[in-house]
Design a protein around this ligand. Structure first.
Ligand SMILES: [Zn+2]
Length: 509
């Protein structure tokens, strides 16, 4: 049993928290058996171990709905650049052991209350068997630490370097550079059938695992041909798994969509049959009012990655417009947050603050309750776990965070501050008493109960001291000259008008 002076069950349709005073959550076999007043629950059942007290508060575990890597691009030598240039510059990064890399960010995620992560993986050299081996190592890290993971291997079949055909871009390059780049692309090229084979194999392998789910991720419109998207959608619907797709992350991507489809990327996905409650669009910074209306009408979800959008100069997503249209919004830390780490509490706070536009009406901007719903129930709905996580209710998985209320409020907090306001605005990882996944305590007082954090990080540090492998030397030699070529390619890609972001071009309506 987990006890709290207040137990936050979830957020209701109006964005208001549902709270049980002096509450308890009774857990059996990884699931929630009962939630209610501590007195009542304790009277009805023979209680074994009790975690927490009336000095703790309990809330559903958080969902980081968009995650990629452990060591951050910055740590690996890639400075924050505009997204399109950053993608090319990152080719020069070191290779990192997938198991230790995944553990590294899992420590940060779990320490900030994340119990479920959407791991969007990519760019492992072929063949398919190697990709499956690497995926297995990523998943094993989550299994070992005890987190719930929805894993996907990103599907892309074109335009791997810039927003044009690979061969056309290679022809722009000096012959030496073109040769090495062709070699690199050949390693990373999977056809759609091979990518779907990766999904099939992993989906089959993990289908009976409670904390692991496999889903699909066509990476972005420019990276996928229409037939790749259609085949992915067909596969997803046949297996009943959701999809997550980056879209309209930057102004350049909006312009790419216009050149390719004659209109909007969102409308194009709709024509391909890809929108619906099982599709989550990551970023959506450059969506128009019509795009947002279409997402709302089809039940398509948005994943808001605000740190990433700031770091890579993508812009500020029009979250208040998405809210007005009742689009379900999840939160994703993406590569790393503004402190170059994976602190979900800080990401929630940034999402809360970033959209506080001037005005007097409360409903114009997100409330703390809405942010908590994005980080829990709405995030959950973008994963295959859906209604099994994200709220505390009988029958749902016992994924929850126990905060020490005294630490959040020390040395004083007025008793008229609503609990969720205090939680979203003040809580830090150091205020977490325990994190449970499937009823199992996996973190307590900053200690990971299943994995030796210090040993894992020491091993990671030691491995990164190794001399560069030949393939890393080649990649490093490619990163900087390709960055210059990418700059040349994108120069003039946008005219003045298409740089107008949503919040300027639409806010006067
Ligand atoms: Zn991403």
């Amino acid at each position: 049993m987990v006890r709290g002076g207040r137990v936050v069950l979830g957020i209701d349709a109006r964005g208001e928290p549902e709270v049980v005073e002096d509450g308890a959550v009774l857990i059996r076999n990884g699931a929630i058996l009962e939630v209610g007043r501590y007195r009542d629950v304790a009277a009805r059942h023979r209680i074994g171990q009790v975690l927490g007290s009336d000095g703790h508060i309990v809330c559903p575990g958080f969902i980081n709905a968009h995650h990629h890597v452990g060591l951050t691009p910055l740590q690996l030598g890639s400075p924050d650049l505009p997204l399109e240039l950053w993608i090319v510059r990152r080719l020069a990064s070191r290779l990192v052991d997938p198991y230790l890399d995944t553990l590294y960010s899992a420590f940060e995620l779990l320490a900030s209350g994340v119990t479920t992560v959407q791991h969007l993986h990519g760019r492992t050299p072929r063949p398919v068997t190697r990709i499956i081996d690497v995926a297995t190592e990523v998943i094993r890290a989550y299994q070992d630490i005890g987190m719930r993971v929805s894993y996907s291997y990103g599907l892309r079949d074109q335009n791997r370097l810039v927003y044009e055909d690979d061969e056309a871009f290679l022809r722009r390059l000096p012959p030496d550079l073109a040769g090495l780049t062709r070699e690199l692309l050949a390693e990373q090229t999977l056809d759609v059938g091979e990518s779907l084979a990766v999904f099939d194999e992993l989906h089959r392998r993990y289908q009976n695992q409670d904390r692991i789910a496999i889903q699909l991720a066509p990476v972005n419109l420019h990276w996928c041909s229409d037939s790749a998207i259609e085949r992915t959608v067909e596969t997803a619907r046949r297996h009943g798994v959701p999809m997550h797709m980056h879209l309209l992350e930057t102004a350049l991507q909006k312009e790419y969509g216009r050149r390719r489809t004659g209109g909007s990327a969102v409308a194009h996905l709709h024509r391909l049959g890809a929108l619906g409650p099982d599709m989550t669009l990551g970023h959506g910074v450059w969506a128009t009012e019509a795009d947002i209306e279409l997402m709302a009408a089809t039940g398509t979800c948005l994943c808001h990655n605000c740190s990433s959008n700031l770091r890579l100069r993508s812009g500020i997503a029009p979250i208040n417009a998405y809210r007005r249209h009742s689009v379900r919004i999840a939160l994703g830390i993406d590569e790393a947050g503004i402190n170059d780490d994976r602190d979900m509490l800080q990401e929630m706070r940034l999402a809360l603050r970033l959209h506080r536009v001037p005005g007097l009406r409360e409903e114009e901007v997100p409330s703390a309750g809405e942010i908590l719903r994005m980080a829990t129930e709405w995030g959950a709905m973008t994963t295959p776990f859906g209604a099994r996580v994200g709220r505390l209710a009988p029958g749902r998985a016992a994924d929850l965070v126990v905060f020490d209320w005294r630490r959040i409020t020390a040395p004083f907090l007025s008793d008229d501050v609503p609990i969720v306001d205090a939680l979203v605005q003040r809580a830090r990882p150091a205020h977490i008493h325990a994190v449970l996944v499937a009823g199992e305590v996996v973190l307590q007082e900053g200690r990971f109960l299943r994995v030796d954090r210090d040993a894992a990080l020491a091993e990671l540090a030691a491995q990164m001291q190794a001399p560069l492998a030949p393939v890393e030397i080649r990649n490093r030699a490619l990163g900087v000259p390709l960055l210059a070529e990418a700059r040349r390619f994108y120069d003039g890609y946008l005219d003045g008008e298409s740089r107008e972001p949503y919040y300027r071009s639409n806010s006067r309506r």
